[in-house]
Design a protein. Structure first.
Length: 388
């Protein structure tokens, strides 16, 4: 009765079962995986957001396949003001989230069974989106050596005649490293030579820990390129469900991609009128939100490094931005077994590295936007697990 593409293993993993058991028994757990900004104690301009969503035009329905012009102009202004990138409103397509944007792009680029290359370590959501679009994901490794780099030899080896696109996340989740300028040029060249697309996820782009801003891919034009972002991370408003795709590249390919995407989007018209009309005002809230996030991230990162300096068995991998940190810990068990042990014995929830396709055991991933006191206590318990 049901399709094979939805025949997933829906059983809870052992870590989730252990967490449910503890909570059902009434035991308090410090959750160092929390990444929902609306639940991490940040202050929002509540009146300004309500005011943005109150306009009289909310009651009129004027669908636009690419998204309302005013909303796309607001996104274009964001790229100009925040990143100095010239992105025209006509080169943008609005979606109700980046997950929908990926689905649109998989449908645009791939026939059944075609392949998309994705980095490992990386975010696990891609597998479900690819399954739903009958696309095969092929992983290529990121290499760690005093920082992360793309293994271009492995990337080339992973490509086949069925490869239709390469995905990179800038900065990567969870490793927190940006694609360097040299790597950006090499990726564009790689895709251009093979006549495949480059998809770049920039949802964490604004959260650089460095003094200089990271360069957006949005204005690159050597290969057909799709840059994704949205309000979820930029403004800390995942509930508003507004994201976008910026299309760039050779003019003929770009125009054809936009025309086809417009037809795909017209079949759904999924982006709500209220959030599109409020887009400009919502984007203006990003500065205050991002300042709070970066203050929290820097404080937690400083606390993490302070505690790591007091012991010798665990370290932190180098990273440059985003909301997460990767710990290298003694690989005395599998990552999942270690995470369960830390949960049951220390009352702290962390993500095991294998959730993100780390090739070797001995990695834990923690969120840096957890409230500072909780983070400090949680990290102390995690590190004590390996030193007591």
């Amino acid at each position: 009765m049901f399709s094979e593409r939805t025949d997933w293993n829906r059983r809870e993993n052992q870590l989730a079962l252990a967490l449910e058991k503890l909570r059902s028994g009434g035991r308090a757990v410090l959750d160092l995986t929390r990444s929902n900004p609306t639940e991490c104690g940040f202050a929002y301009n509540q009146e300004g957001i309500r005011r943005a969503l109150r306009g009289g035009e909310m009651l009129r329905y004027r669908p636009d396949e690419r998204g309302m012009v005013a909303a796309r102009e607001a996104v274009a202004a964001y790229y100009e003001n925040q990143h100095g990138a010239a992105v025209g409103a006509g080169d943008l397509l609005l979606t109700c989230g980046t997950s929908e944007a990926y689905s649109f792009l998989f449908r645009l680029l791939c026939n059944v069974g075609d392949e998309v290359l994705i980095p490992a370590p990386g975010y696990p959501l891609f597998d479900f989106l690819a399954d739903l679009c009958d696309v095969k994901l092929v992983r290529f490794p990121l290499v760690y050596d005093h920082g992360w780099q793309i293994d271009f030899m492995a990337l080339a080896a992973a490509a086949t005649e069925r490869t239709r696109a390469v995905i990179v996340v800038h900065p990567n989740n969870p490793t927190g490293h940006y694609v360097s300028g040299a790597e950006q040029a090499e990726l564009e060249k790689f895709c251009h030579q093979r006549d495949i697309a480059l998809i770049v996820d920039e949802v964490f782009l604004d959260f650089s820990w460095r003094a200089e801003r990271a360069r957006s891919f949005a204005a690159c034009d050597q290969a057909l390129l799709f840059t994704l972002s949205g309000l979820s991370k930029i403004c800390g408003l995942p509930q508003m469900k507004l994201a976008w795709v910026a299309v760039s590249g050779p003019e003929a390919e770009k125009c054809e991609a936009l025309a086809r995407l417009e037809v795909i989007a017209d079949a759904y018209l999924s982006v709500g009128t209220p959030v599109q009309l409020a887009a400009a005002e919502l984007l203006e809230t990003r500065g205050a939100f991002q300042e709070q996030v970066m203050a929290r991230v820097r404080a937690n990162l400083s606390e993490l490094d302070r505690q790591l300096a007091r012991q010798e068995v665990s370290t932190r991998l180098e990273c440059e931005g985003g909301w997460t940190a990767v710990l290298r810990v003694p690989a005395v068990q599998s990552d999942e077994e270690l995470a369960i042990a830390v949960l049951e014995e220390r009352g702290v929830l962390v993500h095991p590295g294998h959730f993100y396709d780390f090739a070797r055991p001995g990695h834990m991933v923690v969120s840096l936007i957890v409230p500072e006191q909780e983070f400090a206590v949680g990290i102390a318990r995690v590190l004590a697990h390996f030193t007591d």
